[in-house]
Design a protein around this ligand. Structure first.
Ligand SMILES: [Fe+2]
Ligand SMILES: [Fe+2]
Length: 528
């Protein structure tokens, strides 16, 4: 039996975890992970343990969806206590590192008054020694710059925190996951292996090429027979790949939901912001069964948890040429380096700046600027993309906003007219603190935070982008409406939501101006 050819079931899923919490950029990249652990996750667990019923009630209240509450029954509070104790014991160094960042920022505020910074180095907390540089900007504001590649080599980046849970997609919308740690469960295979472990590549490679239970057991270093039996439950003897996942002429774009597009010619395939549903029985969506066997390029537009999705990226490892990521500001606390992050997870990465070009067979991708949508934080690791493929030019706009539409005039001047534009119109996004609270070293008022939202374009801005780019087709995507991303998005629109009203307004503008438009949801395909 162990040598029988087996495929990974199409509806198998992976949840990557760090200290039990869902893994994404701000919980894995070491500087930001230390801040999140110390100032968000530990306080969250402490708050839960003070009153589990408050957290449980809040988690079940639809009006508070996406709020930071621990959604774990009181009968398992003992396990939450054990997790908190282990974090305090095993991650003491990370917790101290984050406190040191707070102290250093405070010291800079007190002491860096425009004069020589040299005397301040001895005043830095010892935990930051050799890992930061002090600098003024030209406005004489002092800042702390992290030497991120060095931090990755220090004990602050510990792969010991990483583990994965493998299971079968439950067939219902997974609950919001960013605030609730995962505990063990009998129907889940828990593996204490780092994300870059080659066994994961072997496992997910078995979606396309069969392996055997014996090989996979060895590749994943399964500890015992019980784990092997669980692994067996994730395997099948029948492949389920769809034969039309490749094309033999022309060009094709398939919308896989949210910001995920697969652009194809017979020679090449590109995927944007990979986030793929594993549920191949529900219908109304493309799944891993529809994915081309090889992806020349993976384009990642920015670091938000719905665009750089580790649970999908880990499943693509081994079948991608390059993951193209935007260059960060290098060392800014709010702007973790996406290239470093992904290369530490075993992915091949190419870092790009605005107007850098990456060729692929039969076409090219040009990185183009991305405006706003980051609560006015100085975050540079964000990019839109211009794809030239099979005679068409396609603008992948992600959540980039039209705050200053003149930007898009510069893009057109440099690259020409766009045929098709994909635009995100989540025009009333979450406030600053929803995603970045733990990184703020100086408190902001609620009013201040609420004024700085993670918002994409409204109708007026989207119309201006389309006008400036000269696009004749505009598709609204990346709205967070698909059910399979509720666990990281937590958006809940009603017909009266301002976002949907703005989409309608934009579409009627398109109709009046000879632009073909569509509000995408779930699945779509274009051939030419
Ligand atoms: Fe975003
Ligand atoms: Fe988004």
């Amino acid at each position: 039996m162990d040598n029988e050819p087996r495929f990974l079931r199409p509806n198998a899923i992976i949840e990557p975890l760090v200290d039990g919490f869902y893994a994404w950029v701000l919980t894995v990249a070491p500087v930001q992970a230390a801040m999140n652990l110390t100032f968000l996750q530990v306080p969250l667990l402490e708050s839960y343990l003070q009153s589990p019923p408050v957290h449980i009630a809040a988690s079940q209240n639809p009006a508070l969806r996406g709020g930071y509450f621990v959604n774990i029954g009181e009968d398992r509070a003992g396990e939450v206590r054990a997790l908190l104790d282990s974090i305090k014991r095993d991650r003491a160094e990370m917790l101290r590192f984050a406190e040191a960042i707070m102290e250093a920022e405070d010291m800079l505020r007190q002491s860096a008054s425009g004069f020589d910074l040299t005397p301040l180095y001895p005043k830095l907390p010892p935990e930051l020694g050799g890992l930061v540089e002090l600098a003024y900007d030209t406005n004489n504001q002092p800042t702390l710059r992290f030497m991120e590649p060095v931090v990755y080599t220090s004990s602050i980046y510990s792969e010991d925190r990483q583990s994965v849970q493998l299971s079968i997609e439950p067939g219902y919308e997974r609950p919001f996951i960013l605030s609730t740690p995962r505990l063990s469960s009998p129907d889940v295979l828990d593996l204490r292996i780092p994300f870059r472990h080659p066994g994961l590549e072997a496992l997910f490679g078995a979606r396309v090429r069969p392996s055997t239970l014996g090989e996979l057991r060895e590749a994943l270093e399964l500890p015992d027979d019980a784990a092997a039996r669980q692994l067996e439950g994730l395997l099948t003897t029948q492949p389920s790949l769809n034969s039309d996942r490749h094309i033999d002429g022309g060009g094709r774009i398939r919308y896989f939901g949210h910001a995920c597009l697969v652009l194809q010619t017979p020679e090449a395939a590109i995927i944007t912001d990979p986030f793929i549903s594993a549920d191949n029985t529900a219908g109304g969506r493309y799944t891993y069964d529809d994915l081309p066997d090889y992806l020349d390029l993976v384009l990642v537009t920015h670091g938000h948890q719905d665009h750089i999705v580790l649970e999908t990226l880990l499943q693509l490892r081994g079948r991608v040429g390059q993951v193209v990521v935007p260059r960060s500001s290098r060392g800014n606390l709010c702007d973790p380096n996406l290239a470093l992050y992904l290369s530490h997870l075993g992915l091949p990465v190419t870092e790009v700046d605005d107007f850098d070009e990456v060729a692929f067979p039969g076409g090219k991708v040009v990185a183009t600027p991305f405006l706003g949508e980051h609560a006015d934080l100085d975050i540079r690791s964000k990019s839109t993309f211009w794809v030239e493929m099979a005679g068409r030019s396609i603008f992948v706009g992600a959540d980039s906003s039209g705050i200053d539409p003149l930007l898009y005039r510069h893009i057109r001047r440099h690259l020409g007219t766009v045929d098709v534009a994909f635009l995100g119109m989540e025009c009333d996004g979450a406030p600053l603190t929803w995603l970045y609270q733990a990184l703020l070293t100086r408190p902001v008022t609620k009013k201040m935070s609420d004024s700085r939202k993670l918002s994409g374009s409204n109708a007026e801005q989207a119309s201006a982008i389309v006008t400036e780019l000269g696009a004749t087709e505009a598709y609204i995507y990346a709205m967070g409406e698909e059910s399979w991303l509720g666990h990281v998005m937590a958006t809940s629109y009603t017909d009266d939501s301002v976002q949907l009203k703005e989409v309608e307004k934009f579409q009627s503008w398109c109709a009046d101006n000879g632009v073909k438009s569509e509000h995408l949801l779930g699945q779509q395909e274009w051939r030419w």
